[in-house]
Design a protein around this ligand. Structure first.
Ligand SMILES: Nc1ncnc2c1ncn2[C@@H]1O[C@H](COP(=O)(O)OP(=O)(O)O)[C@@H](O)[C@H]1O
Ligand SMILES: [Mg+2]
Length: 258
């Protein structure tokens, strides 16, 4: 991956935080994303809704360069993301936190070490500083007492929160979150959404959340996009989506599609 600018950290305030321009992606015969264009403004909480298998996870992975689009352009803070330059990819990933659907914690190290991992890998911070940030992040997700536990000892909700703490460790300017509530009961899911809401109120980072769970994201997302059959079927406020002529969009906006 290579960015057109030499410095991946260059953030043009005029540019959208994330921009997809005519992005298409096929796997074999199957077109998963078909000519998707969208812009996520800096500081915005942007939610991509869609049924299972509509390409939500693929979209996020394209944004962070884990999957290469077949066509179209991806820009992060105005810098075009191109494959082939690993060094720039590493720089880019430092400014983007990614919470995977399954939290993807490293099983063989403690919760605290999971959160410390990106700090050890990408910064030259002292051990003391790292420990302070880890404490701070675990506190933010209400896991201050679980730092010494192993990931296997955590419940589903705790794993998500630990994954969130790790995604926040480098204070990314963009947070990508894949299905914050998948596999969680309603109450636990609400706790995760409350944490994201608090985060949104206290920081100005951009959030892109993909989910099929409209009920949960309603309380904190500003803009909603709907993926349907590989196309971007709608983009706007939830109210605007509720007036769409497309029944899938209306259903997702109403939260009746799960
Ligand atoms: N690496 C891959 N290789 C082949 N097919 C894939 C790959 N990743 C995703 N797909 C397919 O792309 C489609 C969209 O997947 P995904 O983005 O995971 O959907 P979701 O909206 O549920 O997150 C699915 O049909 C999935 O099987
Ligand atoms: Mg998915």
């Amino acid at each position: 991956m290579r960015l057109t600018s030499n410095d991946a950290a260059t953030e043009n305030p005029e540019s959208p935080a994330v921009e997809l321009e005519h992005v298409s992606k096929r796997f074999g015969e199957r077109t998963v994303l078909d000519d998707i264009s969208l812009r996520v403004k800096g500081g915005e909480a942007f939610c991509m809704l869609g049924r299972s298998g509509t390409g939500k996870s693929v979209s996020l992975k394209i944004m962070i360069g884990l999957i290469q689009a077949d066509e179209g352009k991806v820009r992060i803070h105005g810098n075009e993301v191109r494959h082939g330059d690993t060094e720039t990819l590493v720089k880019l990933r430092k400014s983007i936190g990614f919470l995977f659907q399954n939290a993807a914690l490293f099983d063989s190290i403690s919760v605290a070490e999971n959160v410390a991992f990106p700090l050890r890998r990408h910064t030259k911070k002292s051990e003391e500083e790292i420990q302070e940030i880890v404490r701070d992040k675990l506190k933010e997700v209400e896991l201050e007492k679980e730092g010494d536990k192993m990931p296997s000892e955590l419940s589903g909700g705790m794993s998500k929160r630990a994954g969130l703490a790790r995604a926040l460790a480098l204070e990314p300017s963009i947070l990508l979150i894949d299905e914050p509530s998948s596999g969680l009961d309603r109450i636990t899911a609400e706790e995760i959404y409350d944490l994201l809401l608090q985060r949104k109120k206290s920081r100005k980072e951009t959030m892109v959340v993909v989910t099929h769970d409209t009920t949960g994201v309603k309380k904190f997302a500003d803009t909603f996009a709907v993926l349907d059959n590989g196309r971007l079927a709608a983009c706007g406020t939830l109210q605007e989506l509720g007036q769409s002529e497309n029944p899938t969009v209306r259903q997702l906006a109403a939260g009746s599609e799960t």
